[in-house]
Design a protein around this ligand. Sequence first.
Ligand code: ZN
Length: 334
Amino acid sequence: MKDNFSYCDICQSKTSTFVAPKKYDFNHNGKFVSFLADALFCETCKNQMYDYELDNQASLKAIAHYNLQYGISGKTIIDFRNQYNISQSTFSKIIGIAKKTLVSYETEQAIPNDHFLQILRIVINNPNTLELFAKNSSSYFTEKELLKINAFSFTSQSMYLREDSMEYQGYNSFNIQKIIDMILFFCQNGATMTKLNKALFYADFSHYHHDAVSITGLSYQKADKGPFVSTLYQLVDKLLVEGKLIKETIDLSNYKYQIYKSKEKISLKNFDDLEKSIIKEIQGHLLVKTSKHISDESHEEEAWLLTEDGAYISYHHANTLKKIYGLVKSDIYE
Ligand SMILES: [Zn+2]
């Protein structure tokens, strides 16, 4: 393609050309990067000639090298958004830039200025600050976006908790995928919030009883109705928004209550055998018992009795659990 004759401005002749790597030194705000990129040369005088495509590739390479050395790569921003499931529109509103500017950072067509570079670094290293930036943003957020922002503050809150209180997370890291799968599984035939809290509690504490580690990494607090996850509402809201759960009101003659129902069949492919046996047994148990019965059952547990109102429940109480779900490991493999 490049072997057609071209006109060289330097030696002012019609000449054939060749492509060869060239060392570029790129300077942005006093910071330098050096890299090699292909360039077009004049066969006659060996000087570099202008070539739209190659020159454009070289400037993209300059940005990529600069980002790696001094800035933040487009991939890092994209990975972060994907991890927290935030769209480009929402993310650009949160950090206060135009969407097309964000796109130019992600595709590495442009380098974030120092101000936005700093904001991006803060947010990516501390996801819990997303909520703070959103609150201070002058942009308008839709109801859906606000729910999402709540949900990712939920995720990061729990990740923070992990670092200094493993005892209250069952010595396991927080696993959002397993939590979502379990919520949807327990809601297959509809479940109240009370049942859902208790189901998660018994799953995690039963697993801890068998294996000294929780399934989800969730923390439970003591409430009147039994152990509960303080941020479960936010997560359920997120699943409602995503259309994975629906809310139904059950209207009895003397009172009403709400149940959550999953809209799709959930497989337990993300769980191992012990986890599966615990989850399935709890699901079977939930179907036949009332919320009150399950609450009463949890009230007999030391985990609940020996914890102060509102305090986090230590997983060490799982050792004295009265109602234990799941076969012991040796039974599974027999
Ligand atoms: Zn020339």
